[in-house]
Design a protein around this ligand. Structure first.
Ligand code: NDP
Ligand SMILES: Nc1nc(O)c(N)c(N[C@@H]2O[C@H](COP(=O)(O)O)[C@@H](O)[C@H]2O)n1
Length: 236
């Protein structure tokens, strides 16, 4: 399979503490960003045509993934995408509710599919509730190796710019896929909040660099109490 079919522009973005944590103990949601940096995150959402999160984030946080913090005339909601192998997303979640209420785009749930009868039952329930289930290459054997198929599926369905918002497991998969398959990520935008979470928080790791940094600094600025840092791949 072509790893870079109509290459999507991919921005990885998230907020982390000074000790590199994105979530609290057991992956619990924590408020890291201040209102100023959160507004920048919403602006970034408005400049991408899709936003992707993992199933745990979609389930734990019940996010809206919209641009409601921007002035009305600047609000442009990205296509919400959830990586949800086992279709665990509750059909009553805000992403589905907002779509049904005409306040959001139809959420796309990406999965490699399953032969399991319960999986097919959950598919019917989610589709009846309003979600769209999209199957990517069922031969994908791991989360990392499924990234190229996921990106092909999004590209085939008209997505050209994608914001990957988390959580840590999804970010880790994208970093590893970038390292394994060549340039997938175009930039990383990290909000660094001046606080510590502690060792029971959840962070991420980058693959071994062998002395060559995979990403280099491009820009830094302050937003309220937070620092926002932009990095790009060394090869870009
Ligand atoms: N600080 C920040 O900016 C952010 C923080 N968060 C926090 O992160 C927490 C959750 O993080 P985490 O537990 O790591 O979970 P994720 O949100 O990263 O979801 C991981 C799950 O997504 C599914 N998945 C499907 N395909 C892939 C793939 N290719 N790569 C990785 N995962 C895949 C898997 O479940 P399955 O196999 O069942 O499909 C996996 O267990 C949330 O509670 C949230 O608060 C989230 C976003 C941003
Ligand atoms: N930028 C940022 N800062 C934080 O402190 C966060 N906890 C997150 N989390 C992400 O934002 C999603 C919530 O989105 P909505 O407000 O519901 O639109 C959450 O699910 C994480 O993806 N992000």
């Amino acid at each position: 399979m072509d790893v870079h079919p109509d290459k999507l522009d991919i921005t990885i973005t998230f907020a982390q503490s000074l000790d590199g944590k994105l979530a609290g103990p057991d992956g619990a949601q924590i408020a890291l960003s201040c209102s100023e940096s959160m507004q920048i995150t919403h602006r970034l959402r408005s400049t991408n045509n899709a936003i992707l999160v993992g199933a745990n984030t979609a389930i734990n946080d019940n996010p809206q993934l919209n641009t409601r913090l921007l002035p009305t005339e600047e609000q442009r909601n990205p296509q919400p995408v959830v990586l949800d192998t086992n279709l665990r997303l509750p059909p009553g979640c805000k992403l589905v509710q907002n779509f049904v209420a005409g306040k959001g785009l139809q959420p796309w749930l990406l999965t490699p599919g399953s032969d399991d009868l319960d999986w097919h039952h959950r598919r019917r329930v989610l589709e009846n509730a309003g979600a769209r289930i999209m199957i990517y290459n069922p031969n994908s054997t791991s989360h990392v190796d499924s990234i190229p198929s996921i990106l092909s599926t999004l590209s085939f369905n008209g997505v050209s710019s994608l914001m990957v918002e988390g959580g840590p497991s999804v970010i880790q998969s994208f970093f590893t896929a970038h390292n394994k398959y060549g340039s997938i990520i175009d930039r990383i935008i990290i909000t660094v909040a001046p606080m510590f979470v502690g060792e029971d928080g959840v962070g991420y790791n980058l693959p071994r660099s062998d002395g060559k940094p995979a990403f280099i600094h491009k820009d830094s600025f302050l937003a309220g109490k937070d620092a926002i840092m932009v990095l790009e791949p060394t090869s870009a």
